[in-house]
Design a protein around this ligand. Structure first.
Ligand SMILES: Nc1nc2c(c(=O)[nH]1)N[C@H]1C(S)=C(S)[C@@H](COP(=O)(O)O)O[C@H]1N2
Ligand SMILES: [Mo]
Length: 320
């Protein structure tokens, strides 16, 4: 599925193993010089002292310049804590992330409730640098840590009826001030078609920047689907439900004309209120988002070689 000839690989795409290794070597060297931790984010980022997460390398990674840890940790969408970009960093600290369980049920032979400690031990945790493109027109490059969601889904043995996967975020009335505003229908829920959920790029995410996730980034476990707009990547997940019917997601309910189920990053299909042809990379030129140069948005956020075949024969204007 991800096998390509090396000359097909654009610099902005999946990094070949060799390049990855020299990148690691570079950071290890830089760390030796400065005495800092050998994290890929170290060049641009200070970390916050979350518990460290031991990771193994992954070939599912880009080699673009990382967004700084500070930007990734303070410019967030997590409406449970308010709609301002600064709200999650300010208010998410009170969210309880232990004990934490994830119920996996629905069209599966072996429904299960897993504690977060068990999930952390399920498979080697890979570091994967992914672009994340928000539907609002900005993007980041983040070194996530986790493993393919498919590893977890295979364990519960999906039945033949499993056509979709729904992700449901926790609702903590006492710690999430945003729940008092009815901007969307809580709990936040998102969904994928089964083949999208089983695609190796779909990441069950447990960390970022070499550490466990900050609350505002979706601790203790979230989804990251790099070829779709950021809102498909639900945070702080407590339930994964396999279904026969396409789930109605929070965003589809709140604005069906604007947010479709697929929501693949697509520069040719504009949002009804703005173009999707370009994006600004957070922090790229220093200062506010409005100072960043515009970059061309790539089809499927640059992951087309990996995922385009999932949509063969589909009209992506209709299935937006
Ligand atoms: N539960 C929940 N998950 C969410 C959101 C949200 O408001 N609530 N916002 C989404 C949006 S719009 C984006 S762009 C990404 C942002 O992730 P980040 O803050 O880690 O960059 O999270 C997504 N996941
Ligand atoms: Mo977003």
């Amino acid at each position: 599925m991800l096998i390509r000839r090396p000359d097909d690989i654009l610099p902005s795409e999946i990094t070949p193993q060799r390049v990855w290794q020299s990148r690691r070597a570079f950071f290890a060297q830089a760390a030796a010089l400065t005495g800092a931790a050998a994290l890929p984010g170290m060049a641009s980022a200070q970390t916050a002292g979350q518990p460290k997460l031991a990771t193994v390398k992954s070939s599912y990674t880009t080699m673009e310049k990382l967004t700084s840890y500070k930007d990734a940790a303070t410019y967030n969408n997590f409406y449970e804590f308010g709609t301002d970009k600064a709200d999650p960093a300010q208010y998410a600290g009170k969210m309880r992330t232990r004990p934490w369980t994830v119920l996996i049920d629905g069209a599966v032979k072996k429904p299960v409730t897993l504690g977060i400690e068990d999930i952390l031990k399920l498979a080697p945790i890979e570091e994967r640098i992914y672009r994340l493109r928000c539907v609002e027109g900005w993007s980041m490059v983040i070194p996530w840590a986790g493993f393919s969601l498919s590893t977890l889904l295979k364990r519960v043995e999906p039945t033949g009826n499993a056509k979709f996967v729904e992700f449901i975020t926790d609702m903590q009335k006492d710690t999430m001030p945003g729940l008092r505003q009815s901007v969307i229908d809580w709990p936040y829920n998102e969904g994928l078609r089964m083949d999208e959920a089983m695609h190796p790029l779909t990441l069950l995410t447990l960390g970022a920047y070499g550490e466990t996730l900050l609350n505002q980034m979706g601790a203790p476990v979230r989804i990251v689907v790099p070829w779709k707009y950021g809102f498909k990547s639900g945070k702080s997940i407590v339930r994964i439900r396999l279904t026969e019917q396409m789930p109605r997601t929070s965003w589809m309910k709140s604005a069906p004309q604007e947010y479709g189920f697929y929501s693949n990053v697509n520069p040719d299909v504009d949002h009804p209120r703005w173009s999707q042809a370009t994006e600004r990379r957070i922090g790229e030129d220093g200062g506010s988002i409005f100072l960043q140069r515009k970059r061309k948005t790539l089809m499927f956020n640059g992951y087309g070689d990996q995922v385009a075949q999932l949509y063969a024969g589909m009209d992506l204007r209709k299935n937006f």
